[in-house]
Design a protein. Sequence first.
Length: 654
Amino acid sequence: MAVDSFRMAVPYSLHILLLMAVLRYGQTGRLYTEEDPVFILNSDTLKQTLLNSSTAWLVQFYSSWCGHCIQYSPTWKGLAGDVKDWSQAIRIGVVDCAHEKNFDICKEFSIHFYPTFRYFKAHSTIFDIGKTYRGADREIQTVRQLMVNFLQNHTRQDWPAGCPSLEPARTENIQSLIGLKSDHYTAVIIEDEESYIGREVILDLMPYEGVIVKRALNSDKVLMEKLGITTAPAAYLFYPNGKHAAMDVKKKIRFFFSSFLKLLPGVHRKLHPSVQQPEQAEIKDQKITELFKEFDKSKVYMVDLESGLHYLLRVELATRKTLEGAELKTFKDFVTVVSKLFPGRQSVVKLLETLLEWLISLPLEKIPYEAILDLANNKMRISGLHLSERVQWIGCQGSSVALRGYPCSLWTLFHVLTVQAASRPDALANTALEDDPLAVLQTMRQYIGTFFGCHECGKHFEEMAQESMSQVKSLDEAVLWLWRKHNQVNARLAGTLSEDPMFPKTQWPTPDLCQACHEEQDGLHVWIEDMVLAFLKKHYSAANISPKYTTDIHPEAGTVAVNKATSTPSGVLNKGLNPPPESVPKHMKQTDKRETGGIQKEPNLPFLGLGFSGVDMSLCVLLYAFSCVFLMLMFFFFRVRSKRWKIKNHRPYV
């Protein structure tokens, strides 16, 4: 019996061990992933990464079963995201010592407790276990400032190659910039000797070109007097044309200084080495000159929204031959939400409403997309329906045709829809989507997962949705959720090949658009979400959508004319919105011949009358023909029967 108990205990023990291993592995996967802004190192990569590295390193050795390590992981990820732009000087890594593969390497580095933080200098040519940080304060601001101190402890020989000087600039060097012309801006942060703002801003701007940042101390009274600076911290800017002035920054904090400099004209993120091809530089600049159109970044442009709808209906979805099942439901929900909430011009809204009525009236489980495309193209010539086929991006324009464009317009469209849903909560009444704060978000989720061409993008969005979308309980929360996730995507893509160097992916809205949205607590930037919500509702409102660059529809003349920005808006917005009138700019930058071409011919749009579409008329004709044939058959049937009856009952007279 004891033997039997032993036999039962062995498999049970094995199951427990296997379960612990699985849980340990799963927990490791959750603690730090490839999506986090940290470098995940292991026994194969740790030594070769640290040896003769061009940058310094701060590495956390942790254990996936350590409760404190698990609790600290959000702070570590936050630190890595906060100093992501410092990667040319110092990088943040992690090593999981609980992973069997890393047992020996953690032993070799003398790791006895978790978490253990080690600094490693740049250009180290011999094996070094690093310098341990033993401080009790491990908050983001403290560790970030220690990273700055560690960088400054490098000698001239082992200084990280991509890191600019963090020492205060000499007075004569700064004074020599006065009146000097150059090909870049030079910003000088004047601060107290104990302040870290200047050094942090210098590191923040490392990945950007077009600006150089220096720091000076407020103890330099000669320089302070020369620049007219009376308080610190402060910032002074030397322009490429030789002019100079104090920087007008509302809040004297790191985030505001860095954001101000990143948004200067001509300042942009450095191109990835793989795309910096000298022979193409001239061509690239020429393309930017030809395609770029002036725009106001505080506005949303109707032409971006309409171009996005055009691409969605006529290009992205047109790859499907038929829609059925889940795809058809997703499309119907999308058309429902857009037709009810889109604050567009009447010609576009009427087209969307007609499409919705057509989809609802058809009891089909499978629809050929060609039929939907015919309606989108108004093949039936229904009066007042029009969605321009002329694609142009204004607020969503990129420095090349491969950047921004449609993805930007899709984000913008759904931001507008979430704000419209919050502003007009009854708009989705009687649609089966009413009283659902997730209506727009779920529609976006299903559309991106089902139809959006970038499969990996769809997977990332689904992961974000699974993580927290269910926590949204109100229409206002839906507006903020989409804003947070958009910023999360921007943070992940910043510095990658998909980022447009002329339009860097920053955390939005920037201080110049919404100063009240930003604050600093314990040295870390925080969002004031009440102010963000108010800003989003104003920014994406119907009143803030500019008609500039749109086209005017003239059915009676059969033409589409480019809006040359007269004193009246282009087209009429959705009547249900009742937006205040908005004057259109008087002049348009004529950088595109398409804008100055005047009138472009489009097919005439004859009036069919009384709301009948071409399909309706075709059905009427078919029904009329069928009725005629049926009546003729009935006529012949009764006539033949009548003759037979007469013959049968005929009585000859005698």
